[in-house]
Design a protein around this ligand. Structure first.
Ligand code: KG4
Ligand code: ZN
Length: 338
């Protein structure tokens, strides 16, 4: 075949992903999510790498099958080089290197954070694509960043979290409320019937465009501990209002910083990526920004916002078109700057 099919591998955290792309179109996007972490209330790195090791071959096989191609049709392999958990990155990276070597096709390294952002350019990700420059708020269980995108492969981090990620703030707050992991989607659901103004929690005071969520989490913990002393059923009796108030606080923090970034740069195109972009309140508040601040907002389809290989595939394609290939001796990097 003379078509430029590219296979992509994602294994930075707890999802094993493989996808095939051809001319901006995703032909398959397979994700094996790991259930082993649920009972621990968070991702256990050692268990994650073991699960990747089990999942990677079947996930790739399925991605090729769903794309209706054989491995000989592939023109390149892109993979997540970082950032992420080292043990997890090594599994996907080693697989991608070996596969590209055995097929004798180029290897393309991808920065996971660039992947989240550039998922906006997958053909069916959204109806309208952003133009340069635009801002992206990347918020998930592992990351919280505001990035200015000057061109496909030219980005600057304007702000990021100095401690916990936004998704972690949801999940850790949920843990305090005895909700299962990940708590983000549950808090979102309960918030719909709760009163967001009932409880107030300390908002971080962080200069510039950086974020901090650890003090916020501690303020929830102390508040709950104090209330539960007086009333052991406090959490159960106030669960919806607690969820709504926590969600309101987190979304307020995120919105304030993205607004500040927009004001400071004069950029009114705002994209959002990462698992937390599924949150109904952040979506609604961003949309509100279109009316209130003249923004144009971009929220990719859900399957392209959580960790997935399709976003690694679109970056792989962009680099393939530019002949940006990677040596097979490239090391995986846990902290990988955009
Ligand atoms: O992108 P993702 O699937 O994986 C990474 O962490 O990279 O994001 C997962 C995070 C979790 O913290 C989860 O609680 C959060 O996204 N999340 C949500 C919602 N759906 C997922 N947080 C708030 N509201 C949601 N609807
Ligand atoms: Zn991610």
């Amino acid at each position: 075949s003379d078509k430029n099919y590219i296979l992509a591998i994602e294994s930075s955290c707890d999802d094993t992903g493989a996808a095939v792309i051809l001319d901006n179109k995703i032909l398959s996007n397979v994700v094996a999510s790991q259930k082993v972490h649920e009972e621990y209330g968070g991702v256990v790195p050692e268990l994650a790498s073991r699960a990747h090791q089990q999942n990677i071959v079947p996930v790739v096989d399925q991605a090729l099958k769903q794309a209706n191609i054989s491995k000989e049709d592939l023109k390149a392999i892109s993979y997540t080089r970082g950032p992420g958990l080292m043990g997890s990155l090594l599994v996907g990276g080693s697989f991608a290197k070996s596969f590209s070597q055995s097929l004798d096709i180029p290897l393309i390294e991808v920065n996971h954070m660039q992947g989240h952002i550039l998922a906006n350019f997958i053909e069916d990700a959204n109806d309208v694509k952003p133009t340069f420059p635009f801002l992206c708020l990347t918020v998930s269980g592992g990351h919280t960043q505001i990035v200015k995108i000057n061109d496909y492969l030219d980005m600057e981090i304007l702000g990021e979290t100095i401690d916990d990620a936004a998704g972690e703030a949801f999940d850790k707050a949920g843990k305090i409320l005895n909700l299962p992991y990940p708590a983000g989607p549950i808090i979102d659901k309960k918030s719909k019937i709760g009163d967001p103004t009932k409880f107030k929690f300390a908002k971080p005071k962080i200069d510039g465009l950086n974020f901090s969520f650890s003090g916020f989490k501690t303020s929830i913990l102390y508040f709950i501990q104090k209330e539960v002393k007086g009333n052991p059923n406090f959490i159960e009796e106030n669960l919806d209002d607690l969820c709504a108030s926590i969600q309101r606080s987190i979304v307020d923090i995120l919105m304030a910083k993205i607004k500040q970034a927009s004001d400071e740069t004069g950029i009114k195109q705002i994209a959002i990526a990462g698992g937390v972009s599924a949150n109904s309140e952040i979506r609604a508040r961003l949309k509100e920004g279109e009316e209130k601040f003249g923004w144009k907002t971009f929220i990719p389809k859900f399957e392209y916002t959580t960790d997935n290989a399709a976003m690694i595939a679109i970056v792989g394609q962009l680099k393939f078109e530019r002949n940006l290939f990677t040596d097979r001796t490239a090391k995986s990097v846990a902290k990988y700057h955009i």
